[in-house]
Design a binder for this molecule. Structure first.
Ligand code: NAD
Length: 441
């Protein structure tokens, strides 16, 4: 599916030539996930300061991926295990090996670098080398063309085997719009994962599921095996029922700000489906105005839906009879929330607040094996963004490394990855799905 008309135009012969001559952005159609698709679109180039971690070599073997580190074959992915980089001098693998290999990367190719969390390293030279990885990887993300991405996985010592789900996600086309990001993997009890149907047997609730990103999340969770409870306001009842039917789940009409929303969600999931394993807080609204023109009611309405409802619902879900041990909670944040945005002080407060809440909850429930994470979408093609005036919309779309907006499915794939049993080592994090938007944070 083409994300927008301009991307379709520059994919044609004439459009490509014209846009190149004029020096315009060159977005390409991103490779996106389809069932039965191989993990990589081509062989892998693999380098390391030491012997690459077993989790990498085992994955390559399990997926039957050809190692083409030597030679000049086009590559589906480049993996550099830099966990052994002990001082700045060891980083010259980047110009010596990785730089030349980038020329061999195929469209929508992947660069994944592995390192260690620098903040837990005492030796200054090693900490410097490890922190440097973030700068290089974010720069590579900005240099790559043709839909290729670069991301960094920081693996805590002892958590190596837990990195498989992050590697699989970032190497695959499921992470089409995740670029220039850092994912941390910590120790955790690792349940076994069926990588084809990771959510088989799980019951998942998605709020705001009647349309847009929430509907896409319902689709992807169901595709991955979950039984989905689709939640939305009564006014969206018809669209909600259509989504629930499409994914073979059930619909629950409830306003997430209602005082009994948590109880009703828990009762429905347990009563109709026998449990609750995955909670996705996606419902959200905007009420944009400059802060000087924002009255308390407008402020409160956004905080109530986007943040306070999640706190109140989860107080119920984390008590007896709610979310199962080993459960997963994923909350929708936003890059414009994280970076701050003119006219969106209320929205930004709610979306940055989500990150604070997620980090505190992650610590609170770690012992129960429950993970809490946030996804921060950038510019996603939905009915909301389609209403933005053309010029502003075009800027929003193009100011990222992939020169295009993401699709709801890109956010949904990231949510589904967090929800997997194999992502047990990933908690308290916020992952941007923004094509490496230049909106900072
Ligand atoms: P959308 O408006 O298309 O869908 C939101 C859904 O939430 C709607 O179906 C709506 O009825 C429902 N909802 C709103 N208030 C509710 C309530 N009180 N109770 C229950 N349901 C309620 O929005 P979207 O673009 O799909 O966004 C989904 C989430 O992603 C939101 O949290 C949004 O802030 C976030 N987000 C979107 C973008 C983007 O580019 N579209 C970017 C960053 C973050």
């Amino acid at each position: 599916m083409t994300t927008d008309r301009y991307t379709g135009f520059v994919s044609s012969g004439f459009g490509k030539t014209l846009s190149r001559r004029l020096g315009l952005p060159q977005p390409v159609e991103l490779r996106r996930f389809e069932p039965e698709q191989p993990l990589l679109d081509g062989p892998i180039g693999l380098w390391g300061n030491d012997q690459p971690l077993d989790v990498v070599t085992d994955l390559i073997r399990a997926e039957g991926i050809e190692d083409a580190s030597d030679g000049d074959a086009r590559l589906g992915a480049i993996v550099y295990d830099a966990c052994g980089a002990s001082d700045p001098a060891s980083l010259d693998v980047f110009p010596a090996r990785i730089g030349p290999a980038l020329k061999r990367l195929r469209p929508s190719g992947r660069v994944v670098v592995l390192g260690r969390p620098p903040e837990s390293i005492d030796d200054p030279a090693r900490a410097a080398a490890q922190r440097a990885l973030e700068g290089v990887v974010r720069s590579i993300g900005k240099e790559l063309r043709a839909g290729a991405t670069a991301n960094l996985v920081l693996v805590e010592p002892g958590a190596e085997a837990r990195a498989e789900s992050a590697l699989r996600f970032l190497l695959s086309s499921r992470s089409a719009y995740v670029d220039g990001q850092v994912v941390r993997v910590g120790p955790a009890v690792l349940p076994s994962t069926d990588w084809q149907k990771p959510l088989q047997g799980k019951v998942a609730v998605v709020t705001g599921a009647a349309r847009g990103i929430g509907a896409a999340i319902a689709d992807v969770l169901a595709r991955d095996g979950a039984t989905v409870v689709a939640v939305d306001v009564p006014a969206a009842g018809e669209a909600l029922a259509a989504v629930a039917n499409r994914v073979g789940g059930t619909a629950l009409q409830v306003d997430v700000t209602a005082p009994d929303a948590g109880r009703r969600i828990a009762d429905h999931a347990h009563g109709r489906h026998g449990g609750l394993d995955v909670m996705i807080h996606n419902a959200g609204i905007t009420r944009d105005k400059l802060l000087v023109n924002t009255d308390v009611e407008r402020w409160n309405s956004v905080l109530a839906v986007n943040l306070e409802s999640q706190l109140r619902i989860d107080d119920v879900l984390l008590a007896e009879g709610g979310l199962a041990d080993g459960g997963r909670v994923v909350c929708l944040s936003s890059t414009s929330g994280l970076a701050g945005n003119r006219g969106q002080a209320n929205y930004a407060a709610s979306k940055a607040g989500v990150v604070g809440m997620v980090q505190a909850r992650a610590r609170q429930v770690a012992e129960r094996g429950i993970t809490y994470n946030a996804v921060a979408p950038g510019f996603i093609e939905t009915v909301l963004t389609a209403r933005i005036p053309l010029a502003t919309r075009e800027v929003g779309r193009r100011i990222n490394s992939l020169s295009q907006g993401g699709l709801p499915v890109d956010v949904a794939e990231t949510v589904a990855w967090f929800a997997q049993p194999g992502s047990a080592g990933v908690t308290g994090q916020v992952l941007r799905v923004c094509g490496q938007s230049q909106l900072g944070a």
